[in-house]
Design a binder for this molecule. Sequence first.
Ligand code: C2E
Ligand code: MG
Ligand code: MG
Ligand code: MG
Length: 292
Amino acid sequence: RAKQEGGGVFSFYAPEMNQRAMETMEIESALRLALERGEFTLYYQPKVDLASGRISGCEALIRWLHPRRGVVAPADFIPLAEETGLIVPIGTWVLKEACRQVRAWQAEGVPIANVAVNLSARQFRTGDLPGLVREVLGETGLDPHLLELEMTESMVMADHAQVVAVMEELTAIGVRLSLDDFGTGYSSFAHLSHFPINHLKIDRSFIKQIVTDPNSATIATSIIAMAHRMRLKAIAEGVETEAQLAYLRKQGCDEIQGYLLSRPLPASEYAALVRRDAGFSCLSAAEQGGGR
Ligand code: C2E
Ligand code: MG
Ligand code: MG
Ligand code: MG
């Protein structure tokens, strides 16, 4: 019928589907252009080691500096980038940029520790991730131990055997691996023990309720204990209050990350923070109630 009426393919679709498909295509080409025009940037959020009170490293978090909309958060474009596959070139850019930035900081004498980069499932499945990592480390000259790759449970559970092989290859290069948003996906604990990982990052949703909800507290405490039994470090993400910090310290959590210490910062502001070595001063100020 559509053919007879000369309606073309679009007449088979409901108007709202058409609309959605069009929007996806528009955003996809906007993202592609953004990459070409260099509109992406990385912000850096410090992690602090609770034993020493010092900044132990940072997490690189992507932002889209949109010419009209300003700073766009990853939640507003990463899912679409994943859906369209653009996350692969964007993820490659993130990896290169983070490594380049750390080298630049080293050259400027900024006492920088490691940088953690978030990976998407597609980057695991598409092409040769270890090859890419090797290439980027080679080009930038970054010490592999200074690079950490964050992945989520759902990513690593999906295709277990293949993923473990990739993780082992990455570990052999010397990069560190961590499991992000831990506790929210379905981890098979049996599988967990086979992953060559260094860190477990306790999801923000538990930390948020750690002092108000006994079940969240139990989960967080159990993750810390399990991490230690497996010789992994436990990191709490999304620490916003002194009470949360005090609780985590009491439970022996190794590192924390969150607004209590600092929001993610543009590179220059992050460098200034590290130069002041604000890890110690942030923590002690927060614990004396002098906070921010
Ligand atoms: P994530 O990897 O779990 O990163 C932590 C998120 O928590 C960041 O959000 C950070 O700004 C936020 N956060 C940190 N401390 C606090 C706190 O105390 N309170 C609250 N409410 N939030 C806090 P952001 O930067 O918006 O990133 C969101 C997610 O987007 C990330 O979650 C990650 O899954 C993804 N993402 C960010 N950058 C990249 C990237 O370069 N590649 C990929 N594939 N994903 C990325
Ligand atoms: Mg992360
Ligand atoms: Mg996380
Ligand atoms: Mg998260």
